[in-house]
Design a binder for this molecule. Sequence first.
Ligand code: SF4
Length: 372
Amino acid sequence: MALRSVFDVGAITTEFEDAGISTRFISSIWKHLLQNPNSAAHDVPSLPSAAYPLLRSKFKTTTSALASVVESKDKVTTKLLIKLQNGSFVEAVIMRYDTRLGTYDGKPRSGGQRSTLCISSQVGCKMACKFCATGSMGFKSNLSSGEIVEQLVHASCFSHIRNVVFMGMGEPLNNYSAVIEAIRVMTGVPFQLSPKRITVSTVGIIHAINKLHDDLPNVNLAVSLHAPVQDIRCQIMPAARAFPLERLIDALRIYQMKSQQKIFIEYIMLDGVNDEEQHVHQLGKLLETLQVVVNLIPFNPIGSLSCFATSTDHNVKRFQKILRGVYNIRTTVRQQMGQDISGACGQLVVNLSEQRSVGGASLLTDIEDLSI
Ligand code: SF4
């Protein structure tokens, strides 16, 4: 039987309980492994004697391994290609920011260096969004919660990770229980990420949104809306047929009432598809009664995979101006990072034939800053 990840909290908790070992030792094991990345779980000192044979026979420190690390020329983006135990590959992307650069609400920013990690939750994705390279792979498998946490463990060797966004490969809410379990680990000892610095991005799986706040209060929700009307949504995101826009907006309204948090709306700008003046007014009207931050994402061409083109600067700026000026909706334009390593949003797919990865998710201004 394949060994489980020691970061797979469900598995290790069950094994410890069955063996009569206190589960309070689990976080000490994780802490030791984070501080000593080259040691094995059974090398952790001061555990009950029964824990050692159990750790040796059933668990591995990490079940995944770094297959390659690619730095962008500007050194702000690092893409990690990670090989899973089943032989599949996923990617995680580290993005570094210096928050002292630029301004926030017209004032100089405080803070300093910080890193955001973009995490994958599935190998491939079944949602088949037409502008997305991952969607073209189809669905291969779900990641376990341990495999999700391990992306943070690997990334922590390169940078101090302050923020996590689930915007890598896969639809996180289609792998709901593993994602919830992984986030609970990330917000506990020893990782201790603030839930406010974790963002789950979804195409809008309504039944999962309905329970997300109860399961993970304070985590940020981002919705890949990408169109202001159902027809266009279905055209570019076939899975949206199962999630009518009206019902999705109702679900967001209820989510917001419960969470009292802003919701991030992601909107990819596709030339001639969803970027015309009528579309921005439809979007403004759709969102004006919600507390949202709209993030406009200039489309990253994905070669032969795509029949779409990037919106002109003029159209992107017009969208931002109208959403802000007419509808009073906070609207940002996503800064693209790491395009030279194909680490830009919507390009995430593992191309093994080239023995390099094509993809990753690039972001943003620091998304959590926008929720303040
Ligand atoms: S955009 Fe997200 S949900 Fe859509 S196919 Fe790509 S990974 Fe899946």
